[in-house]
Design a protein around this ligand. Sequence first.
Ligand SMILES: Nc1ncnc2c1ncn2[C@@H]1O[C@H](COP(=O)(O)OP(=O)(O)OP(=O)(O)O)[C@@H](O)[C@H]1O
Length: 353
Amino acid sequence: MTRIVLDGLGKRFGDQPALHDVDLDLPDGAFVVLLGPSGCGKSTTLRILAGLEDPTSGRVLFGDRVVADGDRGDVVPAKDRGLGMVFQSYALWPHMTVRTNIDWPLRVAGWSTADRTARVDEVLTMLEIDDLADRYPTEISGGQQQRVAIARTVAPRPGVLLFDEPLSNLDARLRVDMRAELVRVHRATGATSVYVTHDQTEALAMATHIAVMKDGVVEQFGTPTELLEEPATAFVASFLGTPPQVLLEGPDGSRSMYRPDSVALDPAGELPFEVLESTPVAGRWLVTGLVGATGSVASGRSRQRVTVITDGARPAGEATALRLPDRPAAVFGADGRRATPSTPSPTSTPVTA
Ligand SMILES: Nc1ncnc2c1ncn2[C@@H]1O[C@H](COP(=O)(O)OP(=O)(O)OP(=O)(O)O)[C@@H](O)[C@H]1O
């Protein structure tokens, strides 16, 4: 097991900055998800950990060992970092059986025949692919190929496992199955794991810790519960959760956060709300709509889209209103950073169209 530290990590492509001063401390044995929209820098971060890309500033440590130093230009080659990486594409050797594919990295690393046989049997069982051992990659399904690729990666017992959107080529059902499978494999290996995705549901389901990234910056690092319950920025509050928090913008650019289940639909409420759609979830309904009077579009004021949780469905087009609790759960300043939640400022009153 390996603690991973990113210390002031920066990356530029030419004069184009991709990462700004990223500090992260990933505990031994954690399953960390790098989460964020396209272009936020998550793959670049993973590629720097993997040794496929070099940082322009800052350092990466695996345990006490500096594996990349952007300021000095020192890097440890990928093959000497004690890591395994799983990509979207499985890249199995087509002329080798499943067993030989998994055995290959152990052979390269110089393991004895007895140790190799024992370890290959162990990971075949771990990934529940024992009965496929003598087949060739073309004779098994895409999901099975991904299991073989994972088995091959974990076989040499790397201290660090890196995953670059490994499930994105699988269909929706298989993705959900494989997600649980990967968590089980992570627990069985104990390897510190870093997993890149833009899918917040996947992140929340798998991670012990999540780093939410935007524009090359880590907006927040914490456990799924911390991020859901105490988002540090308006972006985190709007990106995570099904549904995400209800954010209402004040005239000064600040935003008030309300928990979606604390906001009621009530024609007598203070904020006009037009229903767009209702989706059933676990016996309740997510009702999405636009806040503000219909005429506000014509007046140039944009209408905010929010989702609340209700007991029943609401017809699309219904004009009703939001009834808010007495005070917001948190307030974010115009810079998006969280102001003290317990003392919301008077200027943070949401827009009343
Ligand atoms: N090889 C490269 N050359 C130039 N710019 C790059 C290169 N790789 C990434 N970038 C830029 O760096 C920024 C971060 O890209 P990165 O691929 O890390 O984002 P990402 O969050 O993984 O996005 P995606 O989910 O689309 O893969 C983007 O602006 C991207 O255009």
